[in-house]
Design a protein around this ligand. Structure first.
Ligand SMILES: Cc1cc2nc3c(=O)[nH]c(=O)nc-3n(C[C@H](O)[C@H](O)[C@H](O)COP(=O)(O)OP(=O)(O)OC[C@H]3O[C@@H](n4cnc5c(N)ncnc54)[C@H](O)[C@@H]3O)c2cc1C
Length: 539
């Protein structure tokens, strides 16, 4: 049996090595267009910044090492340019010599990845992109002669590059056409990220787009012109379907290669994995593009099993992802509020701001966590978090909970590892579960930051239960202040009618809400407190 793998990085090489572990007798050929295989794409921005100083550390394997250990026939600078599906032959061009040769296959795996989007902006040819080692070399060379850089796009790669370009001492402008960076999170969490980016002297331009790239400048849609010795386009990626489409494989509605749950394309002898293929969304089963390394690697392993006749079924995706931004962890899983709202799906949002570990143990910092759950079923729809530490663990726990079919209320009962240096006896994930349980059981009603204005306009009393000092430092306009510890004796000061109570993060507000509710007042607690409200309003 001969299997040809097209693309020798995340998905392709996972497939090739697993194939070998399953079948010692198979002939496995890997063709890779670039000069390297099995390189660490996700490490590339950190080589630009000097965090990974040695270029060779990005090269996890070579064709030789893969040949020795796995008996793979790995060819670099080799591009699959055509497939004769009837004869089961792939045409491969040697990019050094230009020579073409044919390789017969019994099964083929396509893992060609995704191409950076390059919008038709005048001067775009000067913009570099970051996809492979060759691109990295070009950016490293450019950085050496540059004092300023414009990064177009505030997604994962854009923010990573901004951090790494600052580490190299460049003046950085980060240009994002929408009003927030990091699309997977909602604006009130993105506000925290914006603040951090600006604290590190990145000139963050939101809501504007690059309109013209000049020799050492970029003109933006608001008319401003910024200095840019170097320009990097990090606008996003598109599935690399050129070969697949040309040979008539079915392309799906989102523009990725269509595959079934055994990762077979519309030609059963040709399989496809990774960034190039469409996946099924775990919430609504729709076709989605999720260009992430974890998915590509898992699919690479799975496709080998499928080819070898093992029972497999590719699972729907949540898009669980994380990125580091100047010391902040920014992570998300599942759907965010923007997407739920656009799809008109009912949801309940829960915001909390707990410590990353016990407050009495040195080094704790504040986390910002948001859970989205479906009222009634309390199915977990998504979660996101921003903070200096511990976000990775919480988002991964929630992602696992979603995969295991746990509800938001089940989070209350998770038994999670604890010692003061690592967490809290009441883990933030438990807290999210308790909040969900309180809401589900009718013990408390909450209000979202963007609903405060309407509630106030409808006559609700805004009651700030923080200390007088906190209140004096900033409060929601129109709020009266009665600190929680004085609430019982000053109850008569609260005007009649509905009450919206709030504190800094929602915890004291919850106690106040319970107190008032038990005294017969109609009361709602501001979810996530003043902190979430001010982040949301300011976003
Ligand atoms: C800078 C950067 C940082 C990233 N950071 C993260 C991260 O932190 N976390 C995360 O989850 N994901 C990250 N990703 C995304 C992750 O790298 C991809 O999701 C993953 O590599 C996709 O695997 P793949 O096998 O589909 O494609 P790739 O790993 O991109 O491999 C595809 C390969 O196929 C080759 N190829 C294409 N067409 C042909 C052809 N016709 N013939 C021969 N070869 C061909 C290409 O040259 C390419 O090397 C990052 C990506 C980049 C570029």
């Amino acid at each position: 049996m001969r299997i040809v793998v097209v693309g020798g990085v995340a998905g392709g090489m996972s497939a090739a090595t697993r194939l070998r572990r399953l079948d010692e007798s198979a002939e496995i050929v890997v063709v890779e267009r670039s000069g390297h295989v099995s390189f660490a794409n996700c490490g590339l921005p950190y080589h630009v910044g000097g965090v990974i100083p040695r270029r060779k550390d990005l090269l996890l394997q070579t064709p030789r090492s893969l040949g020795r250990r796995f008996g793979l026939d790995v060819r670099v600078h080799a591009e699959a340019v055509d497939i004769d599906r009837d004869r089961r032959v792939v045409v491969v061009q040697d990019l050094d010599t230009g020579e073409r040769s044919e390789i017969e296959y019994d099964a083929m795996v396509l893992s060609p990845g995704a191409r950076p989007v390059r919008p038709p902006i005048p001067g775009i040819e000067r913009a570099l992109s970051l996809r492979d080692i060759e691109d990295t070399d070009a950016i490293v060379a450019g950085v050496a002669d540059a004092a300023s850089v414009a990064i177009i796009g505030g997604g994962f790669i854009g923010v990573e590059l901004a951090e790494n370009m600052r580490a190299r001492g460049l003046a950085v402008t980060l240009i994002e056409a929408t009003d927030q960076v990091m699309a997977p999170i909602d604006p009130e969490l993105a506000a925290v990220v914006h603040e951090r980016i600006q604290e590190h002297d990145v000139d963050l331009r939101l809501g504007v787009s690059a309109q013209r790239i000049g020799e050492s400048t970029v003109r933006l849609s608001d008319g401003s012109v910024i200095a840019a010795d170097l320009v990097v386009a990090a606008i996003g990626v598109r599935p690399d379907t050129e070969l697949a489409a040309r040979v008539g494989l079915r392309i799906g509605v989102r523009g990725g290669i269509e595959v079934n749950d055994r990762l077979q394309t519309s030609d059963p002898a040709i399989y496809a994995v990774g960034d190039a293929v469409e996946k099924r969304d775990s919430l609504d089963e729709s076709a989605v593009l999720v260009p992430l390394a974890n998915t590509a690697n898992r699919q690479g392993r799975l496709v080998a099993d499928a080819i070898m006749g093992r029972p497999v079924s590719d699972q729907p995706v949540l898009g669980t992802a994380i990125v580091g931004v100047f010391g902040l962890q920014v992570a998300a899983t599942g759907w965010n509020e923007k997407r739920l709202r656009a799809a008109r799906r009912p949801y309940q949002a829960i915001h909390i701001h707990p410590g990353s570990h016990a407050g009495y143990y040195p080094g704790a910092d504040e986390m910002h966590l948001k859970l989205l759950t479906e009222p009634g079923t309390w199915r977990i729809l998504g979660a996101q978090g921003v903070g200096e530490s511990g976000i990775d663990k919480r988002i991964d726990v929630i992602s696992t909970a979603i995969r295991g079919g746990l509800t938001a209320i089940d989070l209350a009962e998770l038994e999670l590892a604890y010692a003061p240096a690592f967490g809290s006896a009441k883990d933030p994930v438990n807290m999210l579960g308790w909040q969900a349980d309180n809401i589900a059981s009718g013990l408390v009603q909450t209000l979202q930051w963007h609903e405060v204005g309407a509630a106030s306009a409808a006559g609700a009393v805004l009651l700030d239960v923080r200390t007088e000092k906190e209140y004096a430092e900033g409060a929601i306009p129109g709020a009266i202040n009665i600190p929680l510890d004085h609430l019982r004796e000053r109850m008569e000061e609260i005007p009649a009618g509905d009450v919206v109570v709030y504190c800094r993060v929602g915890v004291r507000g919850h106690t106040a809400a319970r107190l008032l509710a038990q005294l017969g007042r109609r009361v709602r607690n501001l979810d996530g407190g003043y902190l979430t409200w001010s982040a949301g309003i300011g976003a």
